[in-house]
Design a protein around this ligand. Structure first.
Ligand SMILES: NC(=O)c1ccc[n+]([C@@H]2O[C@H](COP(=O)([O-])OP(=O)(O)OC[C@H]3O[C@@H](n4cnc5c(N)ncnc54)[C@H](OP(=O)(O)O)[C@@H]3O)[C@@H](O)[C@H]2O)c1
Length: 215
């Protein structure tokens, strides 16, 4: 599957490398494809780097790996996202996003669904470190890292679950898009615990549940 990835930083490049190794065709979308293409090539990766508009146009699934402060401008720049599956891997700085019904959605993913009107947003991959995504060995002592995802479109969620499983993570359906606030809190908790213990972005979490619930 061709997967567009917007943002060519740590997370974007790690996702591109992982999906490429899994047999998918990542297309990185950059504000400056010539510069980003040189960086990607210098690391020995044969991965397409295009303009953001081209990456969006050529892929039905688009992963957002942009800093929160730059995400709105990209989504509102005019690339048509209607009908596409948008994987929101971003993390808004708390409490950027409004938390009551009158002022707006209670999570970054809800805000992204507003900005990318008509797209099918699935929150995912925001709480796993780029270092682990980009590693050759993603398991810890034989256990897969759990990657929760949530969204309101069943088919879009199934597509994202397959992309998560393809790179050897354990997909966990966390419910509707409004559950993204929990996934965004989880990312903050993971970063906090990582920094406090000096683990260097090399921790992942594994969610235990009854075997019948595993996909
Ligand atoms: N790093 C992690 O371990 C990790 C894990 C999970 C989730 N995330 C989330 O993924 C997102 C990206 O994180 P990252 O660590 O990959 O960040 P990063 O290394 O700083 O890269 C972000 C990329 O986004 C693009 N971008 C678009 N608009 C931008 C703007 N206004 N300012 C700066 N860059 C802009 C840039 O690519 P171009 O210049 O090519 O356009 C840049 O390389 C964040 O929302 C973060 O919370 C990160």
């Amino acid at each position: 599957m061709r997967v567009g990835i917007i943002g060519t930083g740590k997370m974007g490049r790690a996702l591109a490398s992982a999906w490429s190794s899994a047999g998918h065709v990542p297309v990185l979308g950059s504000r400056d494809p010539a510069r980003a293409g040189e960086i990607v090539a210098s690391r020995g990766r044969a991965i397409e780097v295009r303009s953001i508009a081209d990456a969006v146009r050529s892929c039905d699934v688009i992963a957002l790996a942009t800093p929160w402060h730059g995400t709105r401008a990209i989504l509102e720049a005019g690339s048509p996202l209607a009908g596409k599956v948008v994987i929101d891997a971003t993390n808004p700085p708390y409490p950027t996003v409004a938390t009551d019904k009158d002022t707006g959605p209670a999570c970054g993913a809800g805000q992204i669904a507003r900005w990318a009107a008509g797209s099918r947003v699935v929150k995912a991959l925001n709480a796993v470190a780029a270092r682990i995504v980009g590693a050759r060995q993603r398991q810890f002592d034989g256990s897969r890292v759990t990657v929760p995802y949530c969204g309101d479109d069943r088919e879009a969620k199934a597509t994202v679950a397959d992309l998560i499983a393809a790179i050897d993570f354990d997909p966990y359906d966390a419910g509707p898009l409004e559950a993204a606030r929990h996934l965004e809190s989880l990312a903050r908790a993971m970063v906090g615990m990582d920094v406090a213990a000096g683990r260097g972005n090399d921790i992942g979490f594994s969610l235990l549940r009854r075997p019948s619930e595993r996909p």
